[in-house]
Design a protein around this ligand. Structure first.
Ligand code: ATP
Ligand code: MG
Length: 151
């Protein structure tokens, strides 16, 4: 699925919509795209929709930020500075993925084979003055979410 995002608000909205459609079980979203493509902006919309009111800063050095929200726990990863995918072992990734959480992973490609297959993958790129989002579904739950998003 291919969506044009004319401005920052549109990126926030897409994050909100996806948050509304996330199924109740463990769900993982990979966010790809070059520096400044809008990955954190989408995550901000996502977290605000689920009730987070404060800032959303990129966990560039800590690699992961945890948000305990009223309904869900969300983990926001930024793997830009991961030098070796093995570091993910030290983070205890399995724990994150086994508690009905939602994981949003910026620069997921840096994690290589250490990351499990996501439910959806979103690739953001520059398009005119805005951005383009290409969303791929990689699980049945991800497919259902994309069908709902399409409506
Ligand atoms: N659809 C859009 N049109 C124009 N600007 C946008 C759009 N979406 C987000 N932006 C702007 O792009 C800038 C960078 O966004 P953001 O920090 O979300 O990128 P990022 O992909 O997380 O970058 P990084 O890889 O450095 O973490 C922000 O100033 C944001 O307002
Ligand atoms: Mg970012």
């Amino acid at each position: 699925m291919n969506i044009h995002l004319a401005n920052e608000i549109a990126t926030l909205r897409l994050g909100e919509q996806i948050a509304q459609l996330c199924p109740p079980q463990q769900f993982t979203i990979h966010l790809e795209g070059e520096l400044g493509a809008g990955k954190t902006t989408l995550t901000r919309g996502f977290l605000h929709q689920l009730g987070h009111q404060g800032n959303v800063k990129s966990p560039t050095y800590t690699l992961v930020e945890r948000y305990d929200l009223s309904d869900r726990t969300v983990f926001h990863f930024d793997l830009y500075r991961l030098t070796d995918p093995e570091e993910l072992d030290f983070l205890g990734l399995d724990d994150y993925l086994s508690q009905n959480s939602i994981c949003l992973i910026e620069w997921a490609s840096q994690g290589g084979e250490y990351l499990p297959q996501p439910d959806i993958s979103i690739t953001l790129s520059y398009q005119n003055n805005g951005r383009q989002a290409i969303i791929s579904a990689l699980s049945n739950e991800g497919k259902q979410l994309c069908e709902q998003l399409h409506k």
